[in-house]
Write a protein that binds this ligand. Structure first.
Ligand SMILES: C[S@@+](CC[C@H](N)C(=O)[O-])C[C@H]1O[C@@H](n2cnc3c(N)ncnc32)[C@H](O)[C@@H]1O
Length: 433
């Protein structure tokens, strides 16, 4: 057997690469094509997500059990061991079956010399886990599997909510759909899904949303190919309504790829939409998404912070700045953020967010509206950023965000898991006449 045929071995190699810096999402996308069976793909996804989510916990558990650390070139064995512990403790697979499958996977990795070590360590875990867990629980980093800088930032920004944010970050996110209201109603799609045995719910606060009880292979859901819906978290579905774009308006989505919010704007109103993104590699996905949904936009590659490269001089009625951010509100979906993001990144992101907002503001018509959005929970990227913007722009004011999220300066914040949704921030800025 080789690793390509064994999802656990494949997951171990991939997780080692993710820990070394590769993106989970891109790694999974590339690997899932090697697994034709949907159950194998689901297992690979579960292993990579839970492995990254709990790495800082179970890697420390291994360190507590190994007499000598494994060598760097044995990173795949280390990841396989973490995945063995994850299968036992988080995925709750039958314990001895998980041990046996992990030993089999070490052979699929062509590392039979480690079979004895893998077997012995996992069995030792089963005997000694209470003692080792007590040791891991003594430190917030290993207990919560969050890096220290992230825990410290949450404790400062959300002193009363930090623990619930951490808990929500460690739980798998539900699957949200957004109905393409140009192609059908939510009731019709809900009925088609129910008929296919897919349990779904229609939340009241979000007219286009359906919340699925279980994750699913989206491309195989009824109506996907026909463009009846998109995948989009509930929190992100507030962007288009907050922008309040009306028929005939000229609208800029300044950081548009892969087009989730552009599509929602176009589903709501007949607008002239410029969908801009600085990363040309992300534009084909945006094009595909709009084409599948039957929508059209003027798609451009360009740096939103440098409009002379792409702007034709015609002002916009509405601008959406869905800013590049720490993504600290979507750790439950992208748990590798815990492993990749560094405290120093935040200052760099805040400077970029400032440059983007400052450069886009002159492109907005007087009386126009700019919606600033992030999937971050950090005050530096959200409430403090908007306060600094308002202090620097005498012609800018903020409008209240009309729903019951946490007040965050002039904006509103949802924290991860609240309402079943991601962590998200919105501020609505208006340009005085
Ligand atoms: C949060 S994502 C946007 C998600 C998108 N709005 C959606 O709903 O599907 C941020 C995007 O900003 C883009 N970006 C980063 N820096 C940029 C810049 N200077 N100008 C334009 N786009 C930028 C990134 O390539 C990325 O696609």
């Amino acid at each position: 057997m080789n690793s390509a045929a064994n999802p656990r071995a494949l997951a171990a190699q991939a997780l080692a690469e993710i820990v070394a810096g590769k993106s989970l999402r891109a790694t999974f996308a590339a690997l899932s094509t090697k697994l034709p069976d949907t159950r194998d793909r689901a297992l690979l996804s579960a292993l990579l997500h839970t492995g990254a989510r709990w790495w800082l916990h179970f890697d420390a558990a291994l360190a507590a059990m190994l007499e000598r650390p494994l060598h760097e070139r044995e990173a795949d064995v280390q990841a396989l061991l973490v995945l063995g512990l994850v299968q036992i403790e988080i995925l709750h697979l039958p314990e001895y079956a998980a041990v046996a499958a992990t030993v089999e996977a070490v052979r699929a990795l062509r590392r039979p010399a480690f079979a004895g070590l893998v077997n012995a360590l996992l069995r030792r875990w089963l005997r000694e886990r209470d003692r080792i867990n007590a040791q891991l629980d003594a430190d917030a980093v290993t207990r919560s599997a969050h890096p220290r800088w992230l825990l410290d930032t949450l404790a400062v920004d959300w002193p009363d909510m930090a623990q619930s944010i951490v808990a929500a970050n460690n739980v798998e996110a539900p699957l949200w759909l957004r109905v393409n209201r140009r192609r059908g109603t939510r009731e019709d799609l809900s009925g088609r899904l129910t008929a296919a045995g897919i349990v779904n719910e229609a939340p009241q606060a979000l007219p286009d949303a359906l919340l699925l009880a279980h994750s699913a292979d989206v491309a195989h859901l009824p109506g996907y190919a026909e463009g009846l819906f998109s995948v989009q978290d509930g929190a992100a579905q507030f962007a288009a309504p907050l922008l309040d774009a009306r028929d005939g308006m000229r609208v800029l989505d300044a950081c548009a790829a892969p087009g989730g919010k552009s599509a929602h704007i176009l589903e709501h109103a007949d607008v002239e939409l410029v969908a801009l993104d600085s990363d040309p590699r992300r534009l084909p996905r945006l094009r595909e998404n709009l084409a599948r949904l039957g929508l059209r936009a003027d798609i451009r590659a360009g740096d939103a912070a440098d409009p002379k490269g792409w702007w034709d001089g015609r002002a916009f009625d509405r601008i959406l700045l869905d800013a590049p951010c720490s993504a600290s509100g979507i750790i439950r979906r992208q748990p590798d953020i815990k492993l990749h993001r560094r405290a120093a990144d935040i200052d760099t992101l805040v400077s970029l967010q400032a440059r983007l907002a400052d450069a886009l503001w002159p492109l907005l018509k007087p009386g126009g509206r700019l919606v600033y959005a992030t999937c971050s929970v950090f005050a530096a990227e959200n409430s403090r950023r908007i306060a600094a913007f308002l202090a620097a722009h005498a012609d800018a004011g903020s409008l209240p965000v009309p729903f019951e999220w946490h007040a965050a300066g002039s904006g509103a914040q949802n924290l991860p898991g609240e309402g079943g949704m991601d962590g998200f921030f919105y501020a609505i800025l208006e340009k005085y006449n």
